[in-house]
Design a protein around this ligand. Structure first.
Ligand SMILES: Nc1ncnc2c1ncn2[C@@H]1O[C@H](COP(=O)(O)OP(=O)(O)O)[C@@H](O)[C@H]1O
Ligand SMILES: [Mg+2]
Length: 328
């Protein structure tokens, strides 16, 4: 006889049903979490490059610091599992992440910058981590949902070079990404590399916010007789002429890798040019010492160049998500 409670057979779910229910529940929780992340983080920007070694991590850290020193609430997420160097660049590689109620709290860098890096999950930083594709991408997905960022004005996401798996996974796991900033060096090949990155952004339906030319000219400074002619041998063997000012100060910019490739790429590919960052040996030293150039020399030319790039990125961000209609 059937009563309203049902028989035990009717009410208790099978192990498969239970597993299914748990899965659906976990999925729902994750979805809610994603909506929350979308609401809490105003702007999300992915930093990409066609190849490694162009300074993508340096630029990601620089953009984040430049925003943070303007008083913005900024997060920086370093997805590079195989060679995560963001914490080292910020001098916080020994930071221990605080975990509470299944949430990971970011480490705090200069100017209150919130930093999450796969590096913090690795016990021995000298041991290369070999994770098979699906496990790695699953870890990234989980990682994104578990970080307690709190309210942020901007989240900058840095990726490992080469593969497009990680940006794809992030774009699928984190809703509301504003767009992609592409970092390039100024050689002719930049055009080819940047085109690849722009096409990639298109395939994952994200706007390209623009191109940054990194390792642009290297500026030499010197002293001479006031108002005198200066001649410096340039990298291509041609002399570069300059004149000292009334105090005897002179400067000459050498195009180490040529310059203007990033801007030419931006024009040709019809995306905004966000600015050029100088070739600065202090950036290399800063990477080793854990003191980014923006922190070591906040009033220097490199810090100012980062501020200009950030200004241009903000114009693109406000233009793409704000109520203003852009006329170009
Ligand atoms: N503007 C720059 N001037 C001088 N060296 C730079 C500049 N940008 C990056 N570097 C150096 O180039 C190397 C690669 O930079 P990194 O940011 O790790 O590149 P990626 O993340 O693209 O692999 C590092 O040693 C870094 O210090
Ligand atoms: Mg890098």
């Amino acid at each position: 006889m059937a009563d309203s409670q049902g028989t035990p057979e009717e009410t208790s779910a099978s192990p498969e049903q239970k597993a299914q229910m748990e899965q659906a529940y976990a999925q729902m929780r994750r979805k809610m979490r994603m909506t929350q992340l979308d609401e809490e983080i105003k702007h999300k920007v992915m930093v990409l490059s066609g190849k490694g070694g162009v300074g993508k991590s340096t630029v990601s850290v620089g953009l984040a610091l430049s925003l943070a020193r303007q008083g913005k609430k900024v997060g920086l997420m370093d997805i590079d599992i195989t060679g995560p160097n963001v914490p080292k660049m910020l001098g916080i590689e020994d930071a221990e992440l605080h975990v509470e109620d299944g949430q990971i709290f970011p480490a705090i860098g200069p100017h209150g910058l919130k930093v999450i890096s796969m590096a913090f999950l690795i016990e021995d930083p000298d041991k290369p981590v070999i994770w098979r594709g699906p496990i790695k991408l699953g870890a990234i997905q989980q990682f994104i949902g578990d970080v307690a960022w709190g309210e942020l004005d901007a989240l900058i996401i840095d990726f490992p070079p080469g593969t497009s798996d990680e940006p794809l996974t992030v774009s699928q796991s984190l809703p509301g990404i504003d767009g992609v900033v592409i970092v390039t060096t100024p050689q002719d090949v930049a055009l080819l590399d940047s085109r690849k990155s722009i096409n990639f952004a298109k395939t994952i339906s994200l706007p390209c916010l623009g191109v940054v030319e990194n390792m642009s000219g290297y500026t030499l400074h010197g002293k001479a007789e006031p108002n005198s002619q200066i001649s410096v041998m340039g990298p291509t063997g041609t002399a570069i002429e300059s004149t000292s000012d009334e105090n005897g100060d002179w400067s000459v910019t050498l195009d180490v890798f040529k310059s203007g490739g990033g801007e030419a790429a931006a024009v040709e590919l019809e995306v905004p040019f966000l600015g050029a960052l100088p070739f600065d040996p202090g950036i290399v030293r800063g990477g080793d010492d854990g003191v980014h150039r923006i922190i070591a020399e906040p009033d220097g030319a490199t810090a100012a160049a980062f501020d200009t790039v950030v200004e241009n990125v903000l114009v693109e961000l406000e233009g793409s998500s704000g109520p203003t209609v852009r006329i170009s």
